[in-house]
Design a binder for this molecule. Structure first.
Ligand code: SER
Length: 318
């Protein structure tokens, strides 16, 4: 990767990925884009363009203008938000992937499209979920992610476009909040623990889902994109996970540091239903074998870092 276009740069993954790639690849080699334009370090300290990912001409224009060789396409609607307007979710998630594929085909670019644990559904094996298994999701978000994987496979096989992807679990980070996912509780809980010492959780205490700390997710993107093409068998897309826990387990881990922290449960049936349809834990061994996936953080080390970082951030803001 030499000149990288990122879509959704102001989102949860995009904001941290932009800063990391600017450091690693040079500030003038990262073209961050988003449909919004807010005043922050992403938009002010490096190259930033406003981009609606449904505008294929503008994707072409920006890619040519900066001589882009790689697109990292992060703009998408997540699982819980996606259920509010399923057709809109299909239009945005699929239209944008198709646009990025077309631009990549025409201009011979490498393309990263994230997938998700949401590709799995009620009839998928729940524990140690294999890389290749039943994928019959019951959210529109999941439907777009499976379809996106298939479309990327098709463009690779038919046109030789170098498409690559990861099935992300719930991502936990302190810089930018996630927007409308089912796993968002695992971010909210840290803020509420620090600010209010209590948290009202919308997921039942014993529901397990795969999770990952953001630094590990960003390393995974870079490592996958930089690995030799001929090593990648399951290129679209790899199961990756670094931990699996329930609300009760993350609560107990935070409570080790914030002794008077309390948790209550007020289960939201829509998001609980989605969580129930996803695996308890997925098997990342294909990613490990094919391109050396590894991770640094577990629940304990992530919790320590999250509490320190969020406390500092909130102190600065107040
Ligand atoms: N974190 C995402 C969601 O909850 C899963 O990919 O929608």
């Amino acid at each position: 990767m030499k000149k990288i276009l990122i879509t959704g740069s102001l989102g949860q993954i995009g904001s941290e990925l932009t800063l990391k790639l600017r450091k690693e690849y040079g500030i003038n080699n990262i073209i961050s884009t988003d449909i919004r334009e807010i005043n922050n370090e992403i938009t002010k300290d490096g190259i930033f363009e406003t981009l609606d990912v449904l505008d294929v001409d503008k994707i072409f224009e920006i890619s040519k203008k900066y001589n882009v060789d790689t697109i990292i396409h992060l703009a998408a609607l997540l699982s819980a938000n996606g259920e509010k307007n399923p057709k809109n979710t299909w239009d945005i998630n699929m239209g944008s992937v198709l646009n990025c594929l077309e631009v990549s085909r025409e201009l011979n670019l490498k393309l990263f499209v994230p997938s998700s644990i949401a590709v799995f559904g009620n009839n998928t094996p729940k524990d140690n979920t294999p890389q290749n298994t039943i994928m019959r999701p019951n959210t529109m978000y999941g439907v777009t992610k499976v379809s996106g994987e298939m479309l990327c496979d098709y463009y690779f096989q038919k046109f030789g476009v170098d498409t690559r992807g990861l099935r992300f679990p719930g991502l936990i980070s302190y810089m930018t909040l996630p927007g409308g996912g089912t796993t968002d509780y695992a971010v909210d809980i840290y803020y509420k623990a620090i600010e209010d010492k209590k948290y009202n959780c919308y997921i039942d205490e014993n529901t397990y889902m795969d999770m990952m700390y953001m630094p590990d997710a960003l390393n995974a993107i870079v490592n996958l994109m930089e690995s030799p093409k001929d090593k990648l068998i399951n290129r679209n897309a790899y199961n990756i996970s670094s931990m699996s826990f329930s609300p009760k387990e993350i609560y107990l881990e935070i409570k080790k540091h914030i002794k008077d922290f309390e948790i209550f449960y007020d289960v939201d049936p829509i998001r609980q239903n989605i969580a129930n349809s996803w695996p308890n834990s997925i098997d990342s061994s294909c990613a490990e074998k094919e391109w050396g996936f590894k991770f640094d953080y577990n629940l304990e080390t992530m919790t320590l870092d999250m509490i320190n970082r969020i406390s500092k951030k909130l102190n600065k803001e107040s």
